[in-house]
Design a protein around this ligand. Structure first.
Ligand code: 13P
Length: 251
């Protein structure tokens, strides 16, 4: 049985006061979240605040990116050891916004996955196709390639220590959600691809959906057999909406 995971990706949003209010709201509603694990991935500048507020609560936290390096002259980067020092459990790896705006390729993403594991963090590996790739009929080719890059660099047993998030790029921040069937099809493909390397790893892998998941559509998406939770952008910035999604993952 795979435990559902609902993780918020705040992206580059929030202020010290707004996140305090947001986390108070989330913590306040956690009593009704009985099954799912809940986490928030915050801008790194807020990590100390988030740690202080969430320590001892049922909500885990994490970063949004990691350096491939452990330390050194890499201006603006965050090392895995730094994320770990601030109590992070998770780190998002290879988000499409990093891939497209920061030139991260499959190899870099695979190295980041390895760096996260080395620091003891649970990587949330994002994969997903663009609209052009979907319309060109190469969704599986793209997602398969993105997964294989991590497996060949890190090995299937290391992949098993992370989480996969399927985030169709065309559904991110657009209000266009993949239909439950579209999402389920790709999730089943991802699970089969991993299972082809190791069936137990495929069966046990938590595969999250991300892309305009919200309080209104979460239940239907989360009801799909191979959707084990969500990676939530915009809707994770509102405590009530985020909690509604986390509760939907209880079922
Ligand atoms: P939205 O939920 O805002 O579409 O963002 C999804 C996402 O990119 C989460 O990582």
């Amino acid at each position: 049985m795979r435990q559902p995971l609902v993780a918020g990706n705040w992206k580059m949003n929030g202020t010290r006061s707004s996140i305090q209010e947001l986390l108070d709201g989330v913590k306040g509603g956690m009593g009704e979240v009985t099954t799912a694990e809940v986490a928030v991935c915050c801008p790194h500048i807020f990590l100390a605040d988030v740690q202080q507020q969430l320590q001892g609560s049922a909500v885990a936290w994490g970063g949004q990116d990691i350096s491939v390096h452990e330390s050194g002259a890499y201006t603006g980067e965050t090392a895995g050891g730094m994320l770990a020092e601030f109590g992070c459990k998770y780190v998002i790896i290879g988000h499409s916004e990093r891939r497209s705006y920061h030139g991260e390729n499959d190899q870099t993403v695979a190295e980041k996955f390895a760096a996260a594991r080395k620091a003891g963090l649970v990587p949330i590996l994002c994969v997903g196709e663009t609209l052009e790739e979907r319309e060109g009929g190469i969704t599986e080719e793209v997602v398969g390639r993105q997964l294989d890059a991590v497996v060949s660099h890190c090995g299937i047993d290391t992949l098993a220590e992370g989480v996969v998030a399927y985030e169709p790029v065309w559904a991110i921040g657009t209000g266009k959600t993949a239909t439950p069937e579209q999402a389920q099809d790709v999730h089943a493909f991802i699970r089969a691809r991993i299972a082809a390397a190791n069936s137990a790893v495929g069966e046990g892998m938590q595969i999250l959906y991300g892309g305009s998941m919200n309080a209104g559509n979460a239940a239907e998406l989360l009801a799909q057999a191979d959707i084990d939770g969500g990676l939530i952008g915009g809707a994770s910035l509102k405590a009530a909406d985020f909690l509604t999604i986390a509760k939907a993952a209880n079922a």
